[in-house]
Design a protein around this ligand. Structure first.
Ligand code: URA
Length: 439
């Protein structure tokens, strides 16, 4: 087999054989196919697409390009959740301990920030001492002991995705449904959980801007998962505006703690309960997602959810005092209010612009591996549909540099759009597509 022939095959719109797909994936993982040929092939896939059979084979081959975790000797149904990325998306920090407090085993492998979106692993590092680089043995022992672990992905997990992802990022080939589906699912399958829930975000702050493409991605992932014997469910959720109020690492951990205590913002709490209900039902702890939600509400109310977060922090070496004293996390030296320039309703709060404002403050990386400022970020007090008067505080910037705060404030003002009448309400979760075994 020759890669150049396979590039031409895809360029001309033909479907690859399973052997051809395995040849490309193996060549990517062991680096025997050069980047320029892989990049040409990725572009051909972006333009010509893949059949569901090809996407399934691509996912399978990528998942098996490295280690596939075996969690079978950990008792209970193992659940995992993955978001396609957003602004202020701190759901994992709340959901993992919440669902574990109800008795599910949450084996979560998370990533760092990507583009304008934040990453769970970076956020957890705002807690002094918190270790995210866990050995497989530590990860599995912790799951047996407390039912929850959150770790960064290892080099061994779906290495072909690492190669493809880095190339896609710089060759304009991210926005391809088969490539995104295989990228997300290969990592989830390699991570070994039984029940997987994907939170596919759509809107200005997501990688899929419109609902129709997000839905096509969602149905593709459910279908591929089913073909590979995995229970994959998908929630399609709004990412036009940030989730919750806080965006930025320490700020998001603080908001997650408040949510686990029952004092969180409504949208974040509702989304965590909705997704959590599906996971709890998937783990067969309740007959359906609605009773799963009720169980999780009770776990927040009786303090078990927050106690589980404390166990998680302790098990991974973090300073548990942040639960009572969030001020122990990195703190910004400047708090700058951003004031409403006019009276009116907020018709839109552009999540992408809020993400960029945080990046300007130092919360995001320009290059791989760069240090980030865990203290900085934005608290948006006023969101879509709120009515304000000129001069009221829209948001607070948490900054460590006055010049950067000035640029971020201008960016944040651009995020707010105005109208004289209240905008139509948008659903937080527009659709849930359950795995066939949960329907
Ligand atoms: N997240 C992933 O892991 N892969 C993609 O391709 C897009 C989002």
């Amino acid at each position: 087999m020759r890669i150049v022939d396979l590039i031409k095959e895809k360029r001309d719109g033909h479907a690859h054989s399973p052997e051809a797909i395995r040849y490309i994936v193996t060549g990517a993982a062991d680096k025997t196919i050069p980047d320029y040929q892989l990049a040409a092939w990725l572009m051909a896939v972006l333009f010509k697409g893949m059949t569901i059979e090809e996407t399934t084979e691509l996912t399978r081959a990528m998942a098996h390009s490295g280690e596939v975790m075996d969690l079978s000797d950990i008792p209970g149904i193992k659940v995992d959740k993955h978001s396609t990325g957003g602004v202020g998306d701190k759901v994992t920090l709340v959901l993992a301990p919440l669902v574990a407090s109800a008795g599910a085993v949450v084996a979560k492998l998370s990533g760092r920030g990507l583009g304008h979106t934040g990453g769970t692993i970076d956020k957890l590092e705002a807690i002094a001492g918190f270790q995210t680089s866990l050995s497989t043995e530590h990860f599995q022992t912790q799951l047996k002991e407390i039912g929850v672990a959150i770790a960064g992905q290892t080099q061994n997990l779906a290495p072909a995705d690492g190669v493809f992802y880095a190339l896609r990022d710089v060759t304009g080939t991210v926005e391809s449904i088969p490539l995104i589906a295989a990228s997300v699912l290969s990592k989830k399958i390699a991570a070994g959980s039984d029940v997987i829930l994907l939170d596919v975000k759509y809107g200005g702050g997501a990688f899929m801007h419109d609902f129709a493409s997000a839905r096509e991605l969602a149905t593709t992932m459910v279908d591929v998962g089913t073909r590979l014997g995995k229970s994959i469910s998908v929630a399609l959720s709004d990412m036009d505006q940030p989730l919750g109020h806080n965006v930025g690492h320490a700020l998001e951990v603080a908001e997650s703690i408040a949510t686990l205590r029952g004092d969180g913002p409504k949208d974040l709490t509702d989304l965590c309960l909705k997704l959590g209900g599906i996971l709890v039902a998937g783990a067969k702890l309740t007959p359906d997602a609605e009773s799963g939600e009720a169980l999780l509400r009770a776990k927040i109310a009786d303090g078990s959810a927050l106690a589980k977060f404390r166990d998680l922090i302790a098990a991974q070496g973090g300073d548990v005092r942040v639960i009572e004293e969030p001020g122990r996390m990195p703190q910004a030296s400047l708090k700058v209010p951003v004031l409403a320039p006019q009276d009116g309703y907020v018709s839109e709060l552009d999540a992408l612009a809020v993400g960029h404002a945080c990046k300007v403050l130092g919360a995001g990386r320009e290059r791989k591996g760069e240090p980030i400022d865990l203290a900085v970020g934005v608290a948006v007090h006023v969101k879509r549909g709120d009515k304000v008067r000129a001069g009221e505080t829209l948001a607070t910037l948490y900054a460590n540099d006055a010049a950067k705060a000035e640029v971020a404030a201008a960016e944040l003002l651009r995020a707010y759009h105005w109208s004289d009448t209240a905008p139509a309400a948008q659903p937080l979760v527009r659709e849930v597509i359950l795995a066939p075994d949960l329907r």
